[in-house]
Design a protein around this ligand. Structure first.
Ligand SMILES: [Ca+2]
Length: 115
């Protein structure tokens, strides 16, 4: 079941929501755009909240920033530069997310089991 949520307007903050999972539907995926940005987004794909068969009480995952391969703009507020041909989705290595030891996630997502 899709859930649509408001964004974090000033780029810093958090929000919470509840979803119902079942044994048949035990994985969670979501995506959120970064705005402004060319075509950058973050999210989680197929997070398995039943590791080893038991529901996890808590799972904390990093939110990496991805490039959708549709716009070649170089910075958050640069002009739109349509990417032709389209490129594959890949991790973004923009300086805003690079640290000496690697990529820096834009945040984390915490899945907490409530009964
Ligand atoms: Ca891009």
């Amino acid at each position: 079941m899709p859930v649509v949520l408001p964004g974090i307007a000033d780029g810093v903050g958090r929000f919470e929501f509840e979803i119902d999972l079942t044994e048949r539907h035990a994985r969670v995926s979501f995506a959120t755009m970064l705005a402004p940005s060319p075509d950058w987004f973050s999210g989680v794909s197929g997070a398995d909240l039943r590791g080893g068969g038991d529901w996890k009480d808590i799972a904390v995952l990093p939110l990496w920033v991805w490039d959708a391969g549709a716009d070649s703009g170089l910075d958050f507020e640069g002009p739109n530069i349509d990417t032709r041909p389209r490129q594959s989705v890949r991790l973004l290595s923009h300086p805003a997310f690079l640290r000496p030891d690697g990529l820096d996630p834009i945040g984390t997502v915490t899945f907490e089991r409530i009964r």
